[in-house]
Design a protein around this ligand. Sequence first.
Ligand code: XCC
Ligand code: SF4
Length: 644
Amino acid sequence: MAKEVNLVEQMQSMTIDLNSKVLIEKAERDGVETMYKRKLGYNVQCGFGLKGVCCRNCGMGPCRISAKTPRGLCGADEHTIVARNYARMCAGGTAAHSDHARDITHTMALTSKDGGYTIKEPEQLIALAKSWGIETEGKDIYDIAHEVAYEGLMEFGKPFGVSRFLVNAPKKRQEIWKKYGYEPRAIDREIATVMHSTHIGCAADCESIIDIAIRCSMADGWQGSMIGTQFSDIMFGSPKPVRTEANLNVLEENNVNIILHGHEPTLSEMIVLAADLPEMKALAKEVGADGITLSGICCTGNELTMRHGIKIAGDFHQQELAIVTGAVEAMIVDVQCIFPACAEVAKHYHTKFITTSPKAQITGATYMEFHEETAVEDAKTIVREAILNFKNRDKSKVLIPDLKSEGVVGFSEAAIVGQLNNVVNSQIDEMNTVKPLVDALASGVIRGVVGVVGCNNAKTPSNYNHLTVIKELIKNDFLVVCTGCGASVAAKNGLMLKENAKKYAGKGLATVCELVDIPPVLHVGSCVDNSRILNVCTAVANFMDCDVCDLPVAGCAPEWMSEKAIAIGTYVVATGIDTYLGVMPPVGGSSRAVNYLCGGLKEKLGACFHVCEEPIQLAKMIMDDIEAKRPAFEEIYQKNVMNK
Ligand code: XCC
Ligand code: SF4
């Protein structure tokens, strides 16, 4: 007995989320295995893998670099192997984000006046079309949409030229990219180049392999993610500040609970539409429920909360635990970050675990393929399935934990800039400029802006690094912008409430929050929405006539885990933003890779990676580095803004 108690406590110590702790205990009681249980068996992880010195790129391997075997069979040394593995992570991440963007673009090609998918932001579409040289005068908005979609698809495979979005960057940044060959050509080409160059017997020079990885990651940030975000905004609406709630208590005891998990708004937007139909609400009543509650996990959750205020059920590490509540009729997923374990967990309850994408079928799940062409019908079928499952709920197995937090989310670029403008623009005439943001930064009331983004990683207690870093930053007057699961963590902990600014933020930041009506931590969206952060930084640098690396900003991924996060970190660095990781990536086996990523790149790009696995130290590093940048930044402000 005593031993069992220990086990539960051990698992509970792997998260700081109190709801999760309750459900970890319930899972154990219900005989359900979760990540926290599996983690117990992984106390010692493979040292070769951790250092990135294991190569399986050909059939002669695996080759593992050690003192006894300093080279693989082909002669590849640790530097080559580490760089190749790193590059393949970047390619994997770029492929995931960009394939998501490709689906969004195909969906744009299907938009029509009276179809499932429409154009909600015609002005944004027209602006994009114009910037791409597409004729818009006198044209039907849907014809424009289809042309833009076609051009968007060309970004994936065009034979010539580089990303269309690069021209938005500051001139100095563009020159750097050109000089070092970091301009991404077609997205698919950059991914293919990485796969080719890292094939056995191809590239074997550490730094040049990393350069190829950087160009590939640039295709993620400055091409795929830009398309993903902008096209989604055009079709589904640009986010505006909206109130929401976060954590597993958003599930409702007497409602049909549907959780949307995954990434692409093409599916989730249609589920939202279907669940809102009177016939579905009636059906829910018919089966004895009061109504239907939609909530989200992972980036689908972020997309939905940004655009509709739909509640955030939880983050990456809570996906299994959501099912363990016993109160979920269906978890509907599409692609990315979905634990295959959810299928097994769902078997212990009445929950239907529904996969929808041919790209991500999972053994043991209910597969209901979703097609954009028949989106509304497909979504209705799926929602109906969920509602009808309500009668199978076993009340004795239900435990919805007590905690949730309120928050305001929905800070798209326009919302961030607009919100600041609303209050401060009395002295300026140009609407929609970033001047108020620049002023607040230059005056030092806000010391800097830090993007805290990314996943949960079981190498740290869930949410611990995120929360610690964010709290340290805002306490010291650094404004934090969040995407991905990091944003869910902030929302769950009340950091996205303006009312809490006084409690958690330093005096300067708290004053700004009060004045312009923003929380100290801004929810900027899903991980593809990191493109929004690039856009705001770019706008600020352009306004100040400087480069992005001159700004008092930083990126931080305190608990990154996915290949996508590595690609993101890499393009953020390439954009000139120093990036701080709270978990060491698998590159430690090569001194050359480490020196280049965490040093050499600085000379080329004005930014590089920094790693520290202790979050208070990590926050301190970020703040010290930004403070060191401030004098030069303030000088640029005096020269380029005050004298304008
Ligand atoms: Fe996945 Fe995007 Fe990471 Fe969360 S933050 S665990 S990638 S859902 Ni994007
Ligand atoms: Fe070994 Fe070289 Fe093959 Fe990698 S590519 S598995 S190092 S022989």
